[in-house]
Design a protein around this ligand. Structure first.
Ligand SMILES: C[S@@+](CC[C@H](N)C(=O)[O-])C[C@H]1O[C@@H](n2cnc3c(N)ncnc32)[C@H](O)[C@@H]1O
Length: 230
């Protein structure tokens, strides 16, 4: 089972983008960051589709909910790093996939996962997901994030809209004892939603894995011990 291999990331940039000419400043910055990011290099070595895989590895090494046989709904799954980790840890088999990944973007097939190209915010998507998980799931993961605008309050509102849709859906499909993990930004989860989570789950925590960039305001809310539908 892969572990997060990197204890801390060096802040110093070493490699430079050789093809910077003609690129926008933001694209050069992005490339430079990718070139110097130890998680990007490690993901390539370990065969993960994204550096994000290490965020889930770290979260699950700490909380340990991805056990063999558990069923998982992975919202905002592309390109599939979290899905790969989930498939491996719950030991999902191709003939009986225990992991469903959905995203706006199409994903390359992954043995052990059912991957659906859907806009989660549409009622069609929710109906289609329901069709696939008639008996409920043990874990709902949401790494969904809207494209950021750089305008902090707009970005915050957008991710909150996603979370406000994902949360009731998770409560609808989770089995008692289930787990909900979702990306949030800035000061964590809004008070009202947090209060609701504390009623619906036995434990609610915020966690920022080391693989989450220090300059990103992203954190994860981790709610476990779902008490069942109210
Ligand atoms: C940070 S990426 C997820 C990375 C993924 N966890 C991994 O390990 O590779 C966020 C994803 O959320 C998806 N997303 C954003 N809004 C969505 C929506 N309304 N429905 C489905 N996916 C959405 C984006 O397309 C993007 O692929």
């Amino acid at each position: 089972m892969a572990k997060s291999p990197i204890s801390s990331s060096s802040g110093k940039l070493k490699k430079r983008v050789k093809t910077a000419q003609g690129r926008s400043i933001s694209s050069v910055r992005w490339l430079q960051r990718q070139l110097n990011d130890p998680y990007v290099a490690q993901a390539k070595k370990d065969g993960y589709r994204s550096r994000a895989a290490y965020k889930l590895i770290e979260l699950d090494d700490k909380f340990k909910w991805l056990k063999p046989g558990k069923t998982v709904l992975d919202l905002g799954a592309a390109p599939g790093g979290w899905t790969q980790v989930a498939v491996s840890r719950v030991r999902s088999e191709p003939e009986n996939p225990k992991v469903i990944g959905i995203d706006l973007l199409s994903m390359d097939p992954l043995a052990g996962a059912l991957l659906l190209k859907l806009d989660f915010m549409s009622s069609v998507a929710m109906a289609e997901i329901r069709d696939h998980i008639k008996n409920g799931v043990d874990i709902v993961l949401s790494d969904m994030a809207p494209n950021t605008t750089g305008h902090a309050s707009t970005d915050h509102l957008r991710i909150m809209a996603i979370l406000e849709a994902a949360y009731p859906f998770a409560c609808e499909v989770l089995k008692p004892g289930g787990v909900f993990v979702a990306k949030v930004f800035q000061g964590g989860t809004e008070n009202e939603l947090l209060a609701m989570m504390k009623k619906d789950f036995t434990t609610v925590k915020h966690a920022k894995p080391k693989a989450s960039r220090a300059d990103s305001s992203e954190v994860y809310v981790v709610a476990s011990g779902f008490k069942g539908k109210r």
